[in-house]
Design a protein around this ligand. Structure first.
Ligand SMILES: NC(=O)c1ccc[n+]([C@@H]2O[C@H](COP(=O)([O-])OP(=O)(O)OC[C@H]3O[C@@H](n4cnc5c(N)ncnc54)[C@H](O)[C@@H]3O)[C@@H](O)[C@H]2O)c1
Length: 356
């Protein structure tokens, strides 16, 4: 086994492991040392179907990974309920962690992850996979930092998936179950969008929010299969500096695919739209004439690869910026929890520091 390259183990051998984690690892400076799934049949099939080298170990638990040499990091691609326990155990065993979204099921789980990072200095954790996804968010952040957007006063997020991952598309049932997923499309994809927006705008503090959920589409699930997450989330939030955010996340919209973030500033509007041919543009008026500027960052690698390249530099003692850290993930989870609570209680909520 070549131990020159840092080693990584991939935990969870489902859909996103095959589509994103594995190709990202293979394109990165890391060597894949192990694949792991709680179900032996799945991990063995994954190794076979992905034509992995014989030297890649097959494991059915994190404990088995921890017995291997040369594993510096783990990449967690399991359902959300296992994110906190796996992350904490891996950090306490001396591993760097990359973990899928949503970071955890609750803010209290997030705080336990923060405590694990604090007691393991030098180790890192990165959540989500939206920040470096296509270079658009870093380019937009640069644009905002240079003051070219002016004062941001209104952001809007729209995520529409015409069919739920689980009942409408035959995906695993856990996507529709609060106990496993933490929530519906708002937890699942809303966190991506919040991470991207907060990253672009420098983590503005929210002060008040009001949210409403809707659940009521027929699920199409066989009897006995739980589907207890929201179908739709509508939200209005107010931030320091006069910024307002409207957000809509849905996986049952019966309409077309939509994946868009806009940020209006006093100098023009940023539009990040994954469904558009140009993913990041700035629109403004110049001498009364509408102009458009392309913000695409051509140098960007896909997110997983970009995050691993940054982690590899970190292992060499450099300090590149990493993906979403534990504190940022906590902020996002607290925001999401407040939104679900506002919807459940039918009232506006104030941020804890505002209410105090
Ligand atoms: N499917 C997508 O399009 C997508 C996109 C982006 C992110 N994600 C996120 O990636 C994660 C995984 O999603 P998925 O769609 O690949 O799910 P999946 O159900 O297809 O795969 C998850 C795999 O994890 C295994 N597993 C569960 N608990 C485990 C544990 N404790 N230890 C080891 N293995 C365990 C399961 O057996 C399964 O094979 C989720 O957090 C999801 O939100 C999914």
């Amino acid at each position: 086994m070549n131990l020159e390259r840092p080693g990584i183990a991939l935990i969870g051998c489902g859909q996103i492991a095959a589509n994103c984690h594995l190709p990202g690892i293979q394109a990165s400076p890391f060597a894949l040392r192990a694949v792991c799934d709680a179900e032996r049949e799945r991990v063995e099939r994954f190794k076979r179907e992905q034509n992995l080298d014989a030297s890649v170990a097959v494991c059915t638990s994190l404990d088995e990974i921890l017995k291997l040499d040369g594993v510096q990091a783990v990449s967690i691609a399991t359902p959300p309920a296992s994110h906190a326990p796996l992350s904490i155990r891996a950090l306490d065993a001396g591993k760097h962690v990359l973990c899928e979204k949503p970071s955890t099921l609750s803010a209290s789980e997030n705080r336990a992850v923060c405590a694990a990072v604090a007691r393991n200095p030098g180790l890192t954790i990165q959540f989500f996979s939206s920040r470096f996804r296509d270079g658009a968010a870093p380019a937009a952040r640069r644009f905002v930092r240079e003051g070219r957007l002016g004062v941001p006063y209104k952001a809007d997020i729209q995520f529409w998936l015409p069919a739920a991952r689980t009942c409408d598309r035959g995906g695993p049932p856990w996507f529709g179950q609060k106990a496993h997923a933490g929530g519906g499309p708002f937890m699942d994809m809303g966190q991506y969008f919040l991470d991207r927006l907060f990253f672009i705008l420098g983590w503005p503090r929210w002060r008040r929010l009001s949210a409403q959920t809707f659940s009521g589409f027929p699920t199409g699930n066989p009897p006995g299969v739980v589907y207890d997450v929201e179908d739709h989330m509508s939200l209005l939030a107010h931030f320091d500096g006069g910024l307002a955010l409207t957000l809509e996340t849905t996986a049952r919209v019966n309409q077309h695919y939509r994946w868009s973030t806009t940020v209006a500033g006093s100098a023009g509007t940023l539009i990040l739209d994954n469904a558009a041919p140009r993913r990041a543009v700035f629109r403004a008026l110049k001498d009364g004439v509408p102009v458009e500027e392309d913000l695409e960052a051509p140098e960007s690698a896909p997110d997983m690869q970009a995050r691993l390249e940054r982690l590899a530099l970190r292992l060499k003692g450099e300090r590149p910026e990493l993906g979403t850290d534990h504190e940022q993930a906590l902020y996002i989870t607290e925001f999401c929890e407040a939104a679900y609570r506002s919807a459940a209680e039918g009232r506006e909520l104030r941020a804890p520091e505002e209410a105090a």
